[in-house]
Design a protein around this ligand. Structure first.
Ligand SMILES: [Zn+2]
Length: 157
């Protein structure tokens, strides 16, 4: 798949480095990274039914109905990789919006990122996310798994 080179600047020191990301303006597509940021996987949220499924389960929770749609979408993006996607070969979960690691200080907290100028693309083979664990769960187990990653909302149930 075609990824675009972005220039990142780490938050702790401002080290500048380049890393691939999905080209801007894609809709419903996500690049997931593990916390160590060594592994990437790809999600087409319009084609993969699990994204809508987690969203629907989230929407049923008490406390969610009053929440703004944008806030719920943010929670969905934050928990989806851990909740519904198989981890990488080391057992490290994938996360949407996980930044790459700074090659100098290893931080994955970024101060800024933008498309490299001039525009550069790179062709990479990124595997799609898989859901072996998630699809093996019953509906009740799926709900508990979501709850497990929503500690701040436990009291609302
Ligand atoms: Zn750095």
């Amino acid at each position: 798949m075609k990824l675009q080179i972005f220039v990142y600047q780490c938050e702790p020191y401002g080290h500048a480095f380049q890393a691939p990301e999905l080209p801007l303006h894609g809709y419903g597509e996500f690049l997931l990274r593990t916390g160590s940021a060594a592994t990437m996987s790809y999600l087409d949220a319009l084609a993969d039914p699990t994204y809508k499924e987690v969203d629907a389960l989230l929407a049923r929770r008490s406390g969610m109905r009053e929440m703004k749609a944008t806030k719920r979408a943010e929670i969905l993006r934050n928990i989806y990789g851990q909740v519904a996607c198989d981890p990488d070969g080391d057992g490290t979960p994938f996360r949407i919006g996980q930044h790459p690691r700074c090659p100098v200080c290893s931080s994955s907290v970024m101060r800024a990122w933008q498309e490299a100028v001039p525009t550069q693309f790179v062709e990479l083979d990124i595997p799609a996310v898989t859901h072996a664990l998630w699809t093996s769960l019953s509906d009740d187990q799926k709900v508990s798994r979501i709850n497990q990653f929503l500690p701040e909302l436990q009291s609302a149930t």
